[in-house]
Design a binder for this molecule. Structure first.
Ligand SMILES: [Zn+2]
Length: 354
C-alpha cells in the first residue's frame, strides 16, 4: 500500500517537472523568435541608412551660367534646331570640368562644349569617362528640373480677349511679385544667434511689408502656420518631391493668401502670402525680426529620411534668385476690403496637367 502512495506522489512530481520544463522551453523559444524579429528590423533600418542616395550638394552655379545654358536649351527647343540642348546636362558637364565650382566660370568653357556637340559628338560620348557626371546630373536635376519646360500662359490677343498661349521656357518665378522692389546679397551660411548658434540656410529678400510673395514653382503645401524661427511660414514641395521651398517671416495678422491649407496644390506664379517680419518667438503672430524681409530657402530631398533630420540639404539660392529676376509674376489687388492680391495672368503647368 505504502509503495503505491509513494509511486503516485512521484508521478505527480514528475508531471509538475514536465509542465515546468515545457513552460521554460516555450518561454525560451518565444524569446529567440522575438530576438530574431527585432534583429531583422534593425537590419532593414541599417539598410535604409546605407541606401545609395545623394547626401550632400554644394550648389554654386552662377546666374550667368544658368542664363547662358537655359537660353541654349530654350532656343534649341523653340526652333527646328537639329540638336536639342538640355541645360542640366550642359551644367553637369561644366561641373565635372571645374570640380563643381563655378566661381571662375567663363562663357568660353561653354562655347567649347557647344562646338563639340555641334560637330557631332554627344553628351553621352563626352561624359562616358567623367566619374562625377552622374552625381552632378542628379544633383542639378534635383535643383532645376522644375524650372524649364512646357506651359501655357494667359495672354490678351489683338482684340483684347484673354487666351492661352503654349510656350516652352522658364516656368519658375521670382518669389517677389513684379513691380515690387527688393534687395538681397549672398547671405547663405552667415551665422544667426536666435535660439542657438545656427547658420543661415537661405536668402533674405528685403522689401516692404505687404509685398505679395509668389510661389516659385508649382507644388503641394506641406507646412503652413507658425514656426518659432520662421514666424508665419509656408513650405511647398515640388511634384517630383525633390525640392522643398520655404518662405518665412510673413506678415503679422494677415500672412497668407486666403484659403491656403496643408495638402493643397499651388501653381508657379500664384500669390501665396505677404512679406513681413514675424518670427523668433514661441508665441504666435509676433514681429521679432528687425528688418522686413522674405526668408527664401530650398531644401533638396533625395530620400525621405532627410526630411526633419540633421542631414537636411539646404542649398544657396542667391544665384537662383538672380536668375529668376527675368521671370516675375504680375499681380493686382482683387479685394479692396481684405487687400488681397492675385496673379494677373493664369498659368497651366505641364507637370500638373500630365
Ligand atoms: Zn533668412
Amino acid at each position: 500500500m505504502g509503495c503505491i502512495v509513494l509511486f503516485i506522489k512521484s508521478l505527480k512530481l514528475n508531471i509538475k517537472l514536465i509542465l515546468f520544463s515545457i513552460t521554460i522551453t516555450l518561454v525560451l523559444l518565444f524569446s529567440i523568435i522575438l530576438f530574431y524579429s527585432f534583429a531583422e528590423d534593425n537590419q532593414t533600418e541599417n539598410n535604409s541608412s546605407n541606401k545609395n542616395f545623394i547626401k550632400w550638394v554644394d550648389f554654386n552655379v552662377t546666374s550667368e551660367a544658368l542664363k547662358l545654358t537655359s537660353d541654349l536649351d530654350i532656343s534649341s527647343h523653340k526652333t527646328d534646331s537639329p540638336i536639342k540642348y538640355n541645360w542640366i546636362e550642359l551644367l553637369a558637364y561644366l561641373a565635372c570640368q571645374n570640380g563643381g565650382n563655378f566661381k571662375n566660370f567663363k562663357k568660353s568653357d561653354l562655347d567649347k562644349l557647344i562646338d563639340k556637340l555641334e560637330s557631332g559628338e554627344t553628351i553621352l560620348d563626352l561624359t562616358s569617362n567623367m566619374k562625377f557626371y552622374d552625381y552632378y546630373y542628379e544633383a542639378y536635376s534635383a535643383v532645376l528640373s522644375g524650372f524649364i519646360g512646357s506651359y501655357s500662359i494667359e495672354k490678351k490677343n489683338e482684340n483684347g480677349e484673354k487666351c492661352f498661349e503654349n510656350n516652352y521656357g522658364i516656368k519658375a518665378f521670382l518669389p517677389i511679385a513684379r513691380n515690387y522692389n527688393f534687395s538681397h546679397y549672398d547671405d547663405f551660411g552667415n551665422s544667426r544667434s536666435y535660439g542657438f548658434q545656427r547658420t543661415h540656410l537661405g536668402n533674405d529678400l528685403m522689401g516692404s511689408i505687404g509685398t505679395p510673395i509668389i510661389a516659385v514653382e508649382s507644388g503641394i503645401i506641406e507646412n503652413i502656420g507658425w514656426n518659432q524661427y520662421g514666424g508665419w511660414r509656408i513650405g511647398i514641395r515640388s511634384f517630383d518631391s525633390k525640392r522643398y521651398y520655404y518662405y518665412a517671416h510673413l506678415r503679422k495678422n494677415h500672412p497668407y493668401a486666403p484659403n491656403l491649407e496643408q495638402g493643397m496644390t499651388v501653381k508657379a506664379g500664384d500669390v501665396i502670402g505677404y512679406l513681413g517680419m514675424t518670427g523668433y518667438s514661441t508665441k504666435e503672430n509676433v514681429n521679432n525680426i528687425n528688418i522686413p524681409h522674405l526668408h527664401f530657402g530650398m531644401q533638396l530631398i533625395f530620400d525621405e529620411s532627410q526630411v526633419d533630420s540633421p542631414n537636411e540639404i539646404w542649398i544657396d539660392v542667391y544665384q537662383i534668385v538672380e536668375f529668376l529676376k527675368s521671370n516675375r509674376s504680375e499681380v493686382y489687388m482683387y479685394d479692396s476690403e481684405s487687400k488681397d492680391y492675385c496673379r494677373k495672368y493664369d498659368f497651366i503647368d505641364s507637370q500638373q496637367s500630365d
